[in-house]
Design a protein around this ligand. Structure first.
Ligand code: FES
Ligand SMILES: [Fe+2]
Length: 441
């Protein structure tokens, strides 16, 4: 372990040490105790909609393949030939019933079973193909189309792990009158020279937009003919929430949902009245008036699922740690099933306006990650401060800790779980929201 500070001292209730962003030893331990011990997001069912479809992912830093077999069952196979170690699949995605290793031709079906060995007669009689199946992830589970895998067979049930976050995932999926979203329009990819935790902190950071995204808001303001700058800081209703287990949300409609006020201007300006009417009537038919209003009120979302999934706007965002100082990010924009095409086109155009490498806002976040990486080289300043809102947040009746949207409640949630995971060997994780210690003075 690095010294002189011990691991348990590096993350405290309202501050974290610079070393957790920089040191390879800590990164290696994160892979083992977080990414290889928890559930991690590996994609959406619609990415592998047909039998034979597959996509490649990494779990922590370990390569894997997510497949759908002819019975439509989903498998997560480690992408490592059982002969001498080559990956057996190099494509990002595709459709194939088999994976043939290019090195010596060993061939596996999409359930991972070894079905072909070239010149097999040279192997002795004791050679048993069945012992050479691709390694499978210990657990695979789906929630509302989101596919999660775990390398830890003892991991808790996915629905328990998601806990309070399920309500918000449901709201996101229920924006479709068919109750299903799809992610089939490609992947936006970018990377940055910095630690993976910067991205996870930032996805639910309501303090930064007015500054980092000032230019975007100014341009939007000019287009709309009004100021949109004080969106976050000025709105007393907007909240940040620690949902437990490291999950967190920026909740921009808590009072609207409580009052069941419909948000009728959804996508106004980008779609025709006829499309919006068709969408609304499909929603009312499926969900009724109360639930439709509740769903529409929640249509602007920033939700973090520990450790690697963000649901932001219309996208699933996968954070992919590469090393302590390098991270890849994949954005999976979604479309809604059962709505006029015009609605989905408007959603995608709004997404592209802000997100991705050519978006008007997201590159500014990445610039901040780069600047933080550079600034953290200063050794004399050891700590990053995360105390904002500590004295005004409160715990509601569900054990959810609620802060103002600009508070660092989500970041404290993330690091509470980070700390609990890092201090335990691979084992089932517990809901940690309740383990919160009293605020420090
Ligand atoms: S390493 Fe795959 S067949 Fe030899
Ligand atoms: Fe941002």
């Amino acid at each position: 372990m690095p010294s002189p500070l011990k691991l348990e001292e590096l993350v405290q209730e309202t501050r974290v040490h610079r070393r957790i962003y920089l040191e390879p030893e800590i990164f290696d331990l994160e892979m083992e105790r977080i990414f290889e011990s928890n559930w991690v997001f590996v994609g959406h069912e619609s990415e592998i909609a047909q039998s034979g479809d597959y996509k490649t992912v990494v779990i922590g830093t370990q390569p894997a393949i997510v497949t759908r077999d002819e019975n439509r069952d989903i498998h997560v196979l480690m992408n490592r030939c059982m002969h001498r170690g080559s990956t057996v699949c190099q494509d990002n995605h595709g459709n194939s019933p088999v994976f043939r290793c290019w090195y010596h031709g060993w061939t596996y079906n999409n359930r991972g079973e070894l079905i072909g060995v070239p010149y097999a007669e040279a192997y002795g009689s004791g050679f048993d193909r069945r012992k050479f199946s691709l390694i499978k992830a210990a657990r695979v589970a789906c929630y509302r189309g989101l596919v999660f895998a775990s390398l830890n067979s003892e991991v808790e049930e996915l629905t328990d792990y998601l806990g309070n976050a399920k309500y918000y995932i449901d709201l996101f999926m229920d924006l479709s009158p068919a109750g299903e979203v799809e992610s089939r329009c490609g992947t936006h990819k970018y990377g940055y020279d910095g630690n993976w935790k910067f991205q996870m902190e930032n996805g639910v950071d309501g303090y930064h937009p007015n500054f980092v995204h000032q230019s975007f808001f100014e341009i939007q303001g000019k287009k709309l003919g009004r100021r949109v700058m004080q969106l976050f800081t000025g709105n007393a209703e907007y909240q940040s929430k620690d949902l437990g287990n490291g999950h967190a949300i920026l909740d921009m409609a808590p009072k609207q949902r409580a009052a069941n006020r419909p948000v009728s201007n959804l996508l106004r300006g980008a779609t025709s009245q006829a499309s919006r009417d068709a969408y609304l009537s499909a929603m009312l038919e499926r969900y009724g008036e109360r639930r439709t209003a509740e769903i529409f009120a929640a249509s602007n979302v920033n939700l973090a699922i520990f450790p690697n999934l963000l649901i932001i706007g219309i996208q699933f965002r996968m954070t992919i740690p590469v090393s302590a100082k390098r991270t890849d990010v994949h954005l999976l924009p979604t479309t809604l099933k059962g709505v006029p095409d015009e609605i989905n086109v408007a959603r995608l155009r709004a997404h592209e306006a802000f997100y991705g490498s050519a978006g008007g806002g997201a590159p500014d976040d990445v610039e901040m990650f780069n600047r933080c990486s550079e600034g953290l080289r200063v050794k004399a300043a050891e700590w990053l401060e995360l105390s904002r809102g500590i004295d005004r947040e409160y715990e509601d009746e569900n054990g959810v800790i609620v802060g103002h949207i600009t508070d660092e409640t989500p970041q404290r949630a993330f690091y509470r779980r980070w700390r609990a995971s890092m201090l335990s060997a691979a084992q089932p994780q517990q809901h940690v929201a309740k383990l919160r210690v009293a605020p420090t003075a």
